[in-house]
Write a protein that binds this ligand. Structure first.
Ligand SMILES: NC(=O)c1ccc[n+]([C@@H]2O[C@H](COP(=O)([O-])OP(=O)(O)OC[C@H]3O[C@@H](n4cnc5c(N)ncnc54)[C@H](OP(=O)(O)O)[C@@H]3O)[C@@H](O)[C@H]2O)c1
Length: 346
């Protein structure tokens, strides 16, 4: 599988590291031979139709700041759209920053990939939160696959649990902690009896929260993930504007102390029932969703299997890159099954 990698930051570089480390095993265990034929960052692109040397690309990125600095393969200022248009590849991995204003540059990259017949694996929540129903249609129209398991739960297979392990059952509702930063802040406030501001500063010192933490603490990041789950798992044609969102800025240590007296705590819970909602919610300390620190946890309520909860780290470069690899393998397996069906069909 020839792959174009758009975005060579934390996630993109982690994917390159995993591909280097797993190369032999991927061929042996899965018959999977990924070849990264292009990498794009803000400086431009590096292209090699035979496959780029990923270790060299990683060193170059660290030393020079852009893969386009490669003397043999670099193309300074070449854009992602130009690369997707002109490079032959089976798949595009889209790992540019999340932008929930207009979804760019990810949205255009994904559309261009579809239109040029390339499957897409993305970790970028922006385009999906704004336009997942339309993107799914466009992928189907162009007969390509769109996969995005790293967008919810990073490496924790939240989407797969619902879609694959609960196959045949009917999921009637979903609720969960979908953002590690806010969970860390609420856990600190609860355990150390500190204010929201103090806990936020601690999260920023530890690198869990951005300098502008709004996406996390105002609930938007969790809302994006809720939209993705609503579409992918429950076939709802929802976008970000369909989610009622309330963040955690106004939570006080006193509110947490009151909840504690009832054997409860406050968590930022995203839920999908008849409607989509993100809001601080009181839950029992015995609830499986009562996880601490930066953990994420999601409970699926299904018609026959009942309640299932999956817990794991919801962020991290290697974790998210492992989800990309999972998605690439999933696409490879679908393609293999389709080609087998064609051969049997004659
Ligand atoms: N990090 C995580 O734990 C995590 C978890 C789940 C999902 N995600 C999502 O995954 C995506 C990538 O995250 P990240 O942490 O890897 O972000 P990052 O470290 O900021 O990397 C973003 C990469 O995109 C490149 N880029 C930005 N604008 C571009 C453009 N117009 N054309 C081409 N390349 C462009 C950047 O180029 P330069 O290198 O030149 O700046 C950089 O290489 C984001 O959407 C994020 O929300 C991240």
């Amino acid at each position: 599988m020839r792959i174009i990698l758009i975005g060579c930051g934390v996630v993109g570089q982690s994917l390159a590291r995993i591909l280097v480390r797993r190369e032999a095993e991927l061929v042996k265990k899965h018959g999977f031979h990924p070849r990264v034929v292009a990498i794009v960052d803000r400086g431009g692109a590096a292209l090699n139709s035979k496959g780029l040397d990923l270790e060299k690309m990683l060193s170059l990125k660290t030393e020079k700041g852009t893969v386009a600095a490669s003397r043999e393969y670099g193309h300074l200022a070449m854009s992602a759209l130009e690369v997707i248009e002109c490079v032959e590849a089976e798949a595009t991995v889209e790992a540019t920053p999340t932008n929930i204003g207009d979804g760019e540059p990810g949205l255009s990259n994904i559309k261009k990939a579809f239109k040029t017949g390339k499957h897409v694996v993305t970790t970028n929540k922006g385009p999906l939160a704004l336009a997942l129903p339309a993107l799914t249609e466009l992928a189907d129209y162009n007969k390509v696959y769109l996969r995005f398991s790293g967008t919810v739960g990073a490496g924790t297979p939240v989407l797969e649990l619902a879609k694959k392990c609960l196959l045949g059952d009917r999921i009637v509702s979903i609720k969960g902690i979908l953002n590690g930063t806010t969970n860390y802040i609420l856990t600190e406030m609860d355990e150390k009896h500190i204010t929201f501001q103090q806990a936020l500063e601690k999260a920023q010192e530890l690198g869990y929260a951005e300098t502008n933490p709004s996406m996390d603490i105002d609930g938007t990041d969790a809302a994006c993930k809720l939209v993705i789950m609503a579409n992918w798992i429950m076939n709802k044609k929802a976008t970000l504007k369909d989610v009622a969102v309330q963040g955690i800025r106004n939570i006080t240590p006193e509110a947490l102390e009151e909840a504690a007296k009832r054997g409860c705590t406050l968590k930022l819970i995203g839920s999908i029932n008849n409607n989509l909602r993100v809001k601080p919610t009181e839950i029992s300390r015995h609830d499986p969703l009562s996880v601490g620190g930066v953990l994420n946890a999601v409970t699926f309520v299904s018609e026959f299997a009942g309640e299932e909860t999956i817990i794991g780290r919801g962020a991290g470069g290697m974790e998210t890159a492992s989800a990309i690899l999972r998605d690439l393998l999933d696409i490879k397996n679908h393609l293999a099954t389709a080609s087998m069906a064609c051969r049997i069909g004659g």
